[in-house]
Design a protein around this ligand. Sequence first.
Ligand code: SF4
Ligand code: SF4
Length: 192
Amino acid sequence: MKAATKYVKNVFDTLKTTLVGLKITGKYLLQKPITVQYPDERLPIPNRYRGIHYLEQEKCIDCLACARACPIDCIEMDAVRHGKELEWISFTLDYQKCMFCELCVYPCPKDCIHMGTEFAFVSYDRSEFVHDLLSYRGMSRDAKTRMLEADAKKKAKEEAKKAKEAAQAAQQAAQEGQQTARESKPEGGGQG
Ligand code: SF4
Ligand code: SF4
């Protein structure tokens, strides 16, 4: 190939590849950016995400079922019993060891230990990875909202059930009253 022809071909190839590149750039230039400005913005997290645990302390009965189920012994708890009352001292989870397997959640008889949607874990001090779940630390705002909504729904359901039972009891009492009144009426009343 002559030098002049080779030169022209090189110029042509350069222009061609530049245009191919610009075509791809142009395609993305008109699209909406998909960059998420973390931590100010976050992508939605699925409900089944296994993030940092949270504990509904008032439901927990200190039965140790979650701690026994943990394959790497990262849950420890300490509480003093005063009759039926529990005085909590600590309920810790060591995230230096936890592998987020969720095995501690299933055996809980009170359904009070959960894995939340919070995942951010940054610290210069390893001791900070031992979380005290009594402080509800780690519970995401969404999870907290869901929990409060579920509690409110449950309360409303219980109140509706109680109201229904009270209405039924009142109706039954009224029927019994009518029955008694009918029975106590003298037979053949009205004949002189
Ligand atoms: S998620 Fe798994 S490793 Fe972590 S505390 Fe629960 S059972 Fe243990
Ligand atoms: S299994 Fe549930 S109720 Fe029992 S200690 Fe763990 S969190 Fe509390």
